[in-house]
Ligand binder design. Structure first.
Ligand code: AMP
Ligand code: MN
Ligand code: MN
Ligand code: MN
Length: 276
């Protein structure tokens, strides 16, 4: 079993169409796949059909942007019904405001001496509802303002950097509820990426459990190998099931290719076992 349950397509901030991501997943040896675009399930029908034609098992997925304690947390939903009205309406509300935020990012970058970044980012956008910092990052790299997307986030667009525009996303309780209403399970994505204190992490995980959340990502392309061990321990301590996913967006933008992560530690319960 090679499960890769977190990645992105042109429906959000990935570089390839859902069908092309499916082909890449299969070429990478993935046998159980989920496409988890940000705040958007518009790619699910295409992704599922492509997966089945390529002989992979498929779980419908999504990655929801949440604001918790003034910071952004991502919650992955797996095995969701993409036709669920509560989920569709909730995601639509979550996407609202991205356009105005992007214009404000363009103005902030202009003030830093980088003109026309909004227009430049738009050239990389396929889904007009979903302009993200990644699209700005691609423009800034292409135009020579930064060496890599990582460089863009550390200098301009990461939290607290001069091009960063704070935004209020969904509430944690709402995101978990939409996922449950759609028949899925909620998973805290890449917990190693959040700048919370230990007390805040404990409050986040405790609230997530109270809301019926059952799993966290342990093995993800957004974690370092040290963080694989750290969050495996967190899963043991809180009784979380574990998930695994590359968080693949585009060649050269992340550390990890589809299907190439190490396996979960064998004592952890994979969140996907319930659906096999
Ligand atoms: P947004 O939803 O517009 O805030 O954009 C968030 C996206 O930016 C994430 O899903 C990642 O694809 C990308 N991102 C955020 N932080 C980083 C980082 N430090 N390095 C590379 N990409 C990042
Ligand atoms: Mn992304
Ligand atoms: Mn994420
Ligand atoms: Mn992601």
């Amino acid at each position: 079993m090679n499960a890769d349950l977190h990645c992105h397509s042109t429906v959000s901030d990935g570089y390839f169409s859902p069908t092309d991501v499916a082909r890449r997943a299969q070429a990478g040896g993935v046998t159980l796949w989920s496409l988890t675009d940000h705040d958007e399930i518009g790619g699910q029908v295409e992704a599922r059909q492509a997966a089945l034609e390529l002989g992979m098992d498929y779980l419908c997925g999504v990655e929801i942007s949440v604001t918790w304690a003034s910071r952004t947390v991502h919650i992955v939903g797996l095995h969701v019904d993409p036709a669920c009205e509560a989920l569709v309406a909730g995601l639509e509300r979550t996407r609202n405001g991205r356009a105005a935020r992007a214009e404000a990012m363009g103005e902030a970058l202009e003030a830093l001496g980088i003109p026309n970044a909004y227009e430049g980012a738009l050239k990389f956008v396929s889904n007009p509802d979903l302009i993200s910092r990644t699209h700005f990052a691609r423009f800034l790299v292409e135009s020579g303002y930064a060496e890599s997307t990582q460089d863009v986030f550390s200098r301009y667009l990461g939290e607290g950097k001069p091009g960063f525009i704070a935004h209020r996303w969904a509430k944690l309780a709402d995101a978990v509820q939409w996922i449950h209403a759609a028949g899925g399970e909620a998973i805290v994505a890449h917990p190693g990426r959040y700048a919370y204190t230990p007390v805040e992490f404990d409050a986040l995980f405790s609230e997530f459990i109270d809301l019926g959340g059952k799993a966290i990502e342990v093995i993800t392309g957004s974690h370092t190998p040290d963080q694989y061990r750290e969050y495996a321990d967190v899963a043991r301590r809180y009784g979380f099931e574990a998930s695994r996913g590359s968080d693949f967006h585009a060649p050269g933008e992340g550390r990890i290719e589809l299907g190439s992560l190490p396996p979960l530690p064998s004592d952890l319960k994979p969140v996907w076992e319930r659906w096999l």
